[in-house]
Design a binder for this molecule. Structure first.
Ligand code: NIG
Ligand code: FE
Length: 408
């Protein structure tokens, strides 16, 4: 594979050195090179530097003119639910008229309506859906994405979801414990089935396990049972926690040494302090809070307390139909009081850490993946500043420019 030189970039911006996850002041430390270049050798970055220091290039190096553009690392979305059939546009309209997300869920709508549509989609339909969603993410600047199962809730559809995510190049997470499907009378009976009949094969396809620890979903004891079993099968652990209520998710995440606890809209001061003193990363999903009209998670308090935080979209059809990390960065700046620099680290290097990939993704530095976003902006901070704007000019994944529109 040939070398690719992106030259004459207005700015080349990357989270600065320091081991992931970045915390406190380190979250805002960036290396900013004015008038720079990025040289890729195949799928890896070979060098990053100032144009004035660029030596002579061989004639076989492909040259891209980066004038007027800023380069940031390819974005890393560490929390998405891309494996679903159908949509929830009716529910969206009902919510606009005042119905609450939890009421719709309790009435058999919400997650369970997507479960019905996902089971009907079949393996091919599911694979096409994930591929389509991956295309949306990629064109928005996401070069690494995690994807969860959790809309199958039966053996066949959970495994098909994980396969579809892997095939689309995603990092698969087994979210069998998302909700209890209607064929089981209670959550404990469903967990018996899940751990015996699905987990052994799901663990061969997934890298991590996740659970929805919430009133109306799974309680802390059920979540512990599920996560401990998943850990025995070699999976890293994640939790959906404190979305609506504080039901012990942070405590459990710390006890089990989970990689992350995600949502945190309901987290109070004790949870903030506990998370900050732990090795668990808090994944903030402000697009979900916005989409549901819920309080925002305490982003500023978490960063100030020294917690490791990441940002993600939570892309899904019900609570966050949004695949754009640039929009999430705008929300982080306007709603969570994070600086653009903190937001950038949170959805690059720290998100890569949550996925166990901080050694290869999330920075523009030699040896890292040749994944970049070129911004059509005079200053890289436009990625957050230009709300839902047309800032992503080019996405480069594994050293190759991604076509901006795919035909589906
Ligand atoms: O992270 N809260 C749980 N799961 C998803 C939403 C799922 C859905 O509404 O379909 C979330 O927000
Ligand atoms: Fe989620």
């Amino acid at each position: 594979m040939a070398k690719l030189l992106i030259r004459d970039l207005r700015q080349v911006v990357s989270p600065a050195g320091g081991d992931a996850p970045l915390r406190g002041g380190a979250l805002a430390e960036l290396d900013v090179i004015e008038d720079g270049y990025v040289l890729c050798d195949g799928a890896a970055i070979e060098a990053v530097g100032r144009m004035s220091e660029l030596g002579l290039m061989d004639s076989d190096v492909e040259d891209v003119d980066g004038s007027g553009l800023c380069a940031i690392p390819g974005l890393v979305d560490c929390h998405t639910h891309p494996a679903f059939g159908g949509d929830r546009v009716e529910e969206f309209s009902l919510r606009a008229g005042g119905a609450s997300y939890e009421e719709l869920h309790a009435a058999g709508g919400g997650i369970l309506s997507t479960v019905r549509a996902t089971r009907e989609a079949g393996e091919d339909g599911l694979a096409r859906a994930v591929e389509r969603h991956r295309g949306w993410m990629l064109r928005a600047g996401t070069t690494t994405f995690e994807g969860k199962s959790g809309y199958g809730l039966d053996r066949e559809t959970e495994l098909a979801s994980l396969r579809a995510i892997r095939t689309a190049g995603g990092v698969p997470t087994f979210l069998g414990a998302h909700s209890t499907p209607p064929e089981f009378p209670d959550a404990d009976g469903y967990l018996d089935f899940l751990l015996e009949a699905v987990l052994p094969d799901a663990a061969k396809l997934a890298e991590a396990a996740d659970v929805f620890l919430e009133r109306g979903a799974f309680d802390a004891d059920q979540a512990r049972r599920y996560l401990e079993a998943c850990r025995e099968h070699g999976l890293a652990l994640r939790l959906h926690g404190d979305q609506f209520t504080e039901a012990g998710a942070i405590r459990l995440a710390i006890e089990l040494g989970a990689r992350s606890v995600d949502h945190l809209e309901a987290t109070g001061p004790d949870g903030v302090a506990a998370l900050a003193a732990s090795g668990v990363t808090g994944v903030l999903l402000p697009a979900s809070a916005l989409f549901l009209g819920r309080p925002m998670p305490p982003g500023r308090a978490l960063v100030d307390a020294g917690a490791a935080v990441a940002l993600a979209t939570d892309f899904n059809p019900g609570s966050a139909f949004c695949e754009s990390l640039p929009v999430v960065m705008s929300l982080a700046a306007t709603q969570l009081a994070l600086s653009p620099a903190e937001a950038l680290s949170a959805c690059t290097v720290n998100a890569a850490h949550v996925l166990g990939r901080a050694d290869r993704s999330g920075r523009l530095a030699p040896g890292y993946a040749a994944d970049l976003v070129l911004l059509d902006a005079p200053d890289w901070r436009y990625v957050a500043y230009h709300l839902a704007g047309d800032v992503v000019a080019t996405v480069i994944k594994d050293g190759t420019a991604v076509p901006q529109r795919a035909a589906y």
